[in-house]
Each structure stands twice: as C-alpha cells, then as structure tokens.
Design a protein around this ligand. Structure first.
Ligand code: TYD
Length: 215
C-alpha cells in the first residue's frame, strides 16, 4: 500500500505522516517505510540541497520542475517501487501532487506538460491514498511568523504563490475524489491523526478484501 501526504508548508502534514507511520507500525502486518520528498536516496538528497538552498535564487522554473522530478525518478526506482514489490507499506511526505500544485498551479507551468513529466518520473507508481492536510493561508502565515527557523528557497515565495498552490490542491482533490482525502488541518493534532488512522484502516481493510476476491 502506498500512501502520500500533501499540503502547504507548515500545514502539519509531516507531523501527521509520522503519527500515521507510528500507528501503522503497531497495527499493520507488513513493514512500514517512511520517506520524504525531495530526498530519500543519495542522489535525491543532493538534488534537495540545490532545490532548497536560498543561494540559488537564479534557478529557473523549468530547472526547478526537472530537479524535483529527477529526485522523484530516482527515489521511485531505487526505493519506493522495490519496497512496494516486497509488500511493504510506503508512506511518503509529498509526491508528484506537490509538483502539480507548486510548479503547475503555483509557478504557472503548463499542467498538461507537468502531468506527462510526473508520469515519467513516477514510472506508473500511483498512490493508493493521498492525504491532503488543509489549512487556511492566514493560518500558514501565522505559523510561519511564529516559527524561528529561517525560510528555505521555496518557503520564501509570497502569499499569492501559496494561495495559488492552495487552490490547486483543492482542485486536484476534487478531480480525484477516490484517491484524495482532504482533512481539516485546523483541528488538534490528535483529532486529525485519529481521522487519518481511521481512513487508512478502512482502506487497508478494503484492499485486503479486494485481494481476497481476486484470488
Ligand atoms: P521541505 O522542507 O521538505 O518542506 P515541507 O516540510 O513543507 O514538505 O521542502 C520541500 C519544499 O519543496 C516545499 O516548499 C514544497 C516544495 N516542493 C515543490 O515545490 N515541488 C515538489 O515536487 C516537491 C516534492 C516539493
């Protein structure tokens, strides 16, 4: 089973992804692997450094798209696909929906082109479930100002950029309602985690049942 987490920076999705991994490690009957994007292989981590380092302000939008996609292409082939073939559960903090949201809706690159690049990078590995942790732009701004850590290159973009990314995510979730589950990220960490755990437990149950019917 392949589960991805999506959402704006500071949405709390990484915390939720970690909590789901803890939950699954106790409950699931298969090894659980936790990965973050961009990163997860030696090559992908090198690309991450270029992508997030503020000193590369000259990085073009097209280069940004290719570097995120290159990082993913390596991660899918080296880690995600082999793990899924072994029957492991893979939880990934961001995947190709981030590219559609940030480089497509956010930067304004052509969505059809991005779809093609995503398909190539992902080698046909589509998430069974994508959890979109949704919070308002106002809340994002509040959390960013309260945080003491310095912004990386992506986080330094303006409010309009994040508003476009936010709307993009909601459109994508509406287009693929079977794959996406949108959770209200404005509630307590525990409430959100419980909702996500329930959704995943249900899906796992369904996947098992479908598997049994096939055999
Ligand atoms: P990261 O520090 O991992 O942020 P977060 O905890 O919010 O995931 O940085 C990843 C940044 O890269 C984040 O701002 C989103 C952006 N990103 C893209 O623009 N496109 C992509 O395809 C991916 C995977 C991430």
């Amino acid at each position: 089973m392949f589960i991805t987490f999506e959402g704006l920076d500071s949405s709390g999705k990484t915390t939720q992804a970690r909590l789901l991994v803890d939950h699954l490690r106790v409950r699931a009957h298969a090894p659980v692997r936790f990965i973050r994007e961009p990163g997860g292989t030696v090559i992908s981590e090198r690309l991450r450094e270029i992508l997030l380092d503020k000193k590369y302000l000259e990085l073009s939008e097209a280069s940004e798209l290719f570097l995120f996609s290159a990082s993913r292409a390596q991660l899918v082939r080296q880690v995600i696909h082999p793990a899924l073939l072994r029957g492991e559960i893979v939880v990934c903090d961001r995947y190709y929906d981030s590219t559609t949201a940030y480089q497509g809706y956010g930067r304004g690159l052509d969505l059809a082109t991005i779809r093609g690049i995503n398909t190539l990078a992902a080698a046909g590995v589509v998430p069974d479930l994508t959890v979109l942790v949704d919070i308002t732009i106002e809340e994002i701004e509040k959390r960013k100002h309260a945080s003491k850590t310095e912004f990386d290159r992506m986080e330094s973009a303006g409010r309009e950029f994040f508003a476009r990314v936010h709307n993009g995510y909601l459109s994508m979730a509406a287009e693929e309602p079977k794959r996406f589950v949108v959770v209200d990220g404005m509630r307590s960490v525990d409430d959100i985690a419980q909702e996500i755990a329930d959704v995943v437990d249900n899906r796992q149950h369904l996947l098992k049942k479908e598997g049994q019917e096939e055999s």
